[in-house]
Design a protein around this ligand. Sequence first.
Ligand code: HEC
Length: 379
Amino acid sequence: MKEKTLFSITGLFDSSDEIGHAVEAVVKAGYKKYDVNTPFPVHGLDTKMKLPPSKLGYFALVLGLMGASAALFFMWWSISKDYPIIIGGKPYFALPAFIPITFEVTVLTASVGTVLTMLFLFFRLPNINHPLQDTNYMRNVSNDKFGISIEAEDPLFEAGKVKDFLKSLNAQDVGEIYFEEDETADSTRIFSPKFIAFLIVTAVIISGVTYFTLNKLLFMDPFNFMEEQQRFAPEGQTTFFKDTRMMRTPPAGAVARGAMPYMFANEPDSAAKELINPLQPDEKTLALGREKFNTYCSPCHDYLAKGNSRLMGQFPNPPSLHSEKVRNWPDGRIFHVITEGQNVMPSYAKQLEPNERWAVILYIRALQRAMNAKEGDLK
Ligand code: HEC
């Protein structure tokens, strides 16, 4: 049998005060390689142990910077190199717009990376062995004792001296801790069948609960937030009404709120007689009229209302609006054509408010006057 190697000499104390004094003494004696184990965090112990600040923060910083630059690089590469597309008029490298994503990725890599660093670099996962494990010492300090363990690696270490030293501090149960024989070889103990089974069972339970919650529970009363409601969809079918339609026609004579029914449907002559243009041909009105005429009328009637359609034969050419007939029409008659349409010309009542129709008519009057200028107009 191989000779056992000594890991450390341990001693136990009864209270957090005693362990505090013991630690001060150990530090004073110059030991560097030692550890303290307590059943609960003891405040001020780290300062007494003169522990240096953790180096984990540097890892967090480096990982965060790596995340930030990776996010920035990826956005720069994908938007300006791989798929150059201008979004909202911004430059390819739009830093302010990239900040939220950069921030999120920084936080993500820094936090996840720091935890992984801690587990795998600092705690040496998957190796879960430690000589103190499964010892009486560990059983005591995880119950109600406070322990100190001075390791054999310490330059000042001499087994006999350390034992006497601990005893002089009134430590109980001063004893030796040895390395387990197969310790270094067995670094895969974490992958024991038990642990793997635990992982698999946990994964199955978590995905099962998630599946049940998202796919079943949320569709049950009362978790479905009234998904099923007693209501009719506009295009649906129902047996409730005789005609099986869910969408109902409004009762005869109903008028939509704010809508003004056209009084002269199919009565062009009454429209000509009764309707009076409420607008004056001032600059603003004519500008509005021109805008609307050019938008809605000019495709067929052309910009000068001469009837030179831009639709290249896809629609019948309209007659000129400079004819004797239309020039002598009262405004109300043109209003009637815009509102109801005329033969193949469709109604423009949906596109133009009544006021806009009147403005268009004033603009047509201006065009007519410009095309048929008389001597008197020049003065
Ligand atoms: C899709 C093409 C088209 C558009 C757009 C259009 N019209 Fe017409 N318009 C016609 C056609 C075609 C006629 C001739 C209808 C007929 O045969 O009576 C016509 C006739 C007219 C007439 C009667 C002319 C007459 O001599 O009988 C007026 C007035 C008129 N349009 C005004 C307008 C105004 C104002 C607009 C814009 C709001 C407009 N149109 C938009 C095609 C169009």
